[in-house]
Design a binder for this molecule. Sequence first.
Ligand code: ADP
Ligand code: MG
Length: 341
Amino acid sequence: MTKIQVLPPEEARKIAAGEVIDRPAALVREFMDNAIDAGCSLVEVSIEGGGIIRTEVSDDGEGMAKEDLELCWLTHATSKIRSLDDLKIAETLGFRGEALAAASAVSHLEILTSQNGREAWKLDVGPGEKSPPLLEQSLRSRGTSVRALGLFDTIPARKRFLKREGSEAASCKAIFNDKAMAFPSLGFRFMQDGTLKTFLSPASSLKERFSQIVISGNEASFLHEIAASGTGFSAVIVVGGPEIFRNDKRQQYIFANGRRIQDYSLTQALEYGVQGWFPNGTHPVGAVFVDIDPALADFNIHPAKREVRFAAPGSIHHAITSALRDFCHHRNLSTAPTDEN
Ligand code: ADP
Ligand code: MG
């Protein structure tokens, strides 16, 4: 007998799926991305048991045709790109066609969708589905609900690594906040174990949405919104003044094209830009939202898209630092008690 065995496709699928969906928060991220890509105006996230028992995201977006619903859960099934070249122009949050496939490999998936707000179709699938799943006719208002039940119930080796419900729920909420922060014009709701925890009505600016999520009470009046731009990109910086300094960098957020990313250089740009304005050893609260031509950034280097490779990272860093420095400079001039000599 040979030592090497080719894994049965279902086992291989479960292993690959674990890279995309490693915990309930990943379901929240992927389903919210899909809702936003579907052009919705309201996203509702509802979790039960830290999202392990149930994670559900409903939207009022464009919905899916019956034929698309039949395909959407298959590996590499996507309506968003046709080839790798399309990544250079893709404006959507999703493009790999992996999320629903992964979710259906590691949980039981129910999708209910309607394009016209009357007739709807419901798909029930996985985990470990061999024959094509059946569709049932149903009713729903326009949009889609995606529900994942019993995450990792069939994969005990992975289920063991989930944290307690409370901490999985906190991760789901953090992802919810990140998404909501980047899309201020949309409304968002978060339900936990049947209780409405958060309702964010549509906001008129990134600054207003930031204050709904991060800032408490009267601190909002110390927030500023500053624009920056360069070749192929623009950015909005939301930053709190020294009146609301922090002792750590925990309330600093970087986004690129609607995705929260980890980017050391841009976090540093936020700090450099306000140097001299803040007491030594303190840090600003703030967020940088970069909007970049997809041809100048590669989002395809991390399964969760948490990292981005920019074609010209230096120019973004520079634009942000200078915009902040200009802002601080003008502010100091206008608030200086006496003139400069
Ligand atoms: P991707 O987002 O990378 O295309 P997914 O596996 O997340 O891949 O979704 C597969 C396809 O299913 C999407 O391309 C889209 O056509 C459809 N879809 C998924 N969720 C929704 C939704 N909430 N509303 C409308 N269509 C959806
Ligand atoms: Mg997707």
